[in-house]
Design a protein around this ligand. Sequence first.
Ligand code: ZN
Length: 432
Amino acid sequence: MKYLIDDALVVTMDQNMEILRSCDVLIDNGIISAVGKLDAEQKQNASVINASGKLLMPGLINGHCHVPMTLMRNFADDMDLQTWLFNYIFPAEEKLTSEDIYWGALLGIMEMVATGTTCFIDMYDHMNDLVRAAEESGIRAQLSRGVTNFEDGSDFSEHKGLNEAIDFYRQWNGAANGRITGAFAPHAVYTCSTDFIKAVIKTAQKFDAPIHVHLDETRVEHEDCLAKHRKTPTRYLYDLGLFDRRTVAAHCVWITDEDISLLKDKNVTIAHNPTSNLKLASGVAPVPQALSKGVNVIIGTDGASSNNNLNMFEEIHLASLIHKGVNHDPLLVNAETALRMATTNGAAALGIKNLGIIEEGAKADLILVDMDKPHIMPVHNILSALAYSVQGSDVYMTMVDGRILFENGEFKTIDKEKVRYNIQKCYDRLFR
Ligand SMILES: [Zn+2]
């Protein structure tokens, strides 16, 4: 399919942060094939999307999520992480069936594409059902089967979760024209024994696969690890060799200056989840310190049970504000930095070239934002408007791999009514 996006204001997110006005963008076969003023011949046979009054930018990359947790939205709130996770979330998750995961994931994907997310990084269980939702919807995703094991041991060849993770990676990594990629996901230091983490690292090495892990989210995790291993969680995983794989480490709220140097040394990406960390009162991650040392930082929503939405524009907004507030420094995490964390930095974390940018040859993962809104005008500064004024609900169109998933309030690949009906059914069975 060939599309012409006509007369857009384009925020390229290229290195120079170039902004193009009244610009045409041609999309052919999933790739941005031309940017600029195009002649009649180039426009031939293209389906035209009128973008006057709209802003075109790369789609947002949600750096850390558990998408089926939409089912537990507003289910367990106003409590600390340990209580929330062990007393509410883990017991509820034990009851989830394949159908729950599938519909919960579709609901989350609907919310994401309607608020400008074109790609998400996720770890969960029942991955075959989650990936079915991602595959059918057309969204891009890096997915992994989260694994836990509390006991040490020498042989994990019969471990159910790890075997599922291996089967999942084998079957799905690189599927759907490369839209779906895989990773291995030892859940966290406090849910995995040392021997088990070693086994997961060995498996990831065998498949040359990346890692997705929760890291140093709470003070309890930090102090327990110090007491048990005499090391911070970061130092502990560094010494085990986990970071020798390309890694996305979610949260990193309690990391020390030395930890930041270790993460930088191994090019680990930090997935910053401002809402989730605030809501569970985990703390505020030292993101400005990590950025100043050159660590790649991305932004995630975390699951909808600790957020309680999957709206990346809200996370961009918060990520740019909270560090100014807690550090008493208005210069920290400016609008451009926050937007990079949600676009180009996400592409770098995934190791996908030509993603998170509007330029010739890039993947056509992009969004149109309707700027003709009272809460956005007048636009003195385009980047400030995006970081501080635009809401997820201002997204007009979302395209992934050159395919329109959402346009003008309509979902093109997902049956909204069917999702609504089935979510209610899942909710009734699980919680009523
Ligand atoms: Zn998480």
